[in-house]
Design a protein around this ligand. Sequence first.
Ligand code: ACO
Length: 322
Amino acid sequence: MIYTEIKGTGSYVPSRVLTNEDMSKIVDTNDEWIVSRTGIKERHVVTDEYTIDLAEHASKKALEDANVDPKDVDLVIVATVTPDNAFPGIAQLLQKRLGLNEVMCFDVNAACSGFLYVLNIADKMIKSGAYKTALIVGAETLTRLTDWSDRNTCVLFGDAAGAMVIGTSETNKIKDVICGSKSDDEGMLICKGVDTKDPHVNAVSTQDHIHMNGREVFKFATRIMPQTIKDLMERNNMELDDLNYIVAHQANARIIDKAARDLKYPMDKMFMNIQKYGNTSAASVPLAIDEAIKEKKLKKGDLFATVAFGGGFTWGGALIEL
Ligand code: ACO
């Protein structure tokens, strides 16, 4: 039996900060509304950086933290819905920037659940015996897809990247990763991308923005997050009391609060950094795990669960001993 573990983590956010006060100069909103409905106080946004730049910084930090030579990485998977190109992917661009060998590299699109998806894939690929050391990344510049005239959505998002090196282990540390999806065929949370349906006639292609039915997404999120945690506990014959911490996708403080109440799990053991970054999509979970470790909220030997939901609809959860 091959076991896996987290070898190191890293994260990066662009330096430009937009506070709620700044947002109120862009759309008809205010700090009180944003904080009370979402918990967000500020978000970091790109100016001249691209998704690859954020991914590169976070990956370098994770490799250094793991003390892993880039030449020993044999698999790279990047979760993103904001790649800089249709192709090559962020994973291949990263390969060059990090000086990696000619190994398998690819991107995955599962919106805000993306990091759980790449963790699941890399974990299973290592456990198959075919790979030993994977660099997995969640990197997003969602503010490029944001409609900056829509107050319902533009206050919610920020840009960031988080990375993790995982590899083979003597003991069973990455205990379980589960993912699921349910077709959002009604487009409750949708961004159509670049309009290329009739490129010959549409000489000028247009980039669509994020459209969201906030209440429906809220309902889905508050159902699926506690359910995923319960599934993880049941599958592994564990109780919530066995967990030192839960690191949830940072989409909305009220969603995290409701999930904790439904689970009857103490809020002070739910990691929260949404106030500083907003919703950073696939970067949210690895950024939160990295911060929880760096702030010593998660320590060696601790058992934690992580959980995310996102567009698609998608979701995922993992049970990990640090
Ligand atoms: N500032 C001030 N007022 C606002 C703002 C704003 N930024 N945004 C909306 N409002 C107004 C609305 O227009 C509405 O006014 P009305 O009653 O006059 O029509 C009022 O506030 C209430 O709006 P609601 O949508 O009912 O507010 P709600 O309490 O549901 O909160 C929110 C909205 C924060 C979006 C919430 O529904 C939510 O968090 N949903 C989940 C979002 C989410 O997690 N998305 C994930 C995206 S991840 C991905 O995969 C890309």
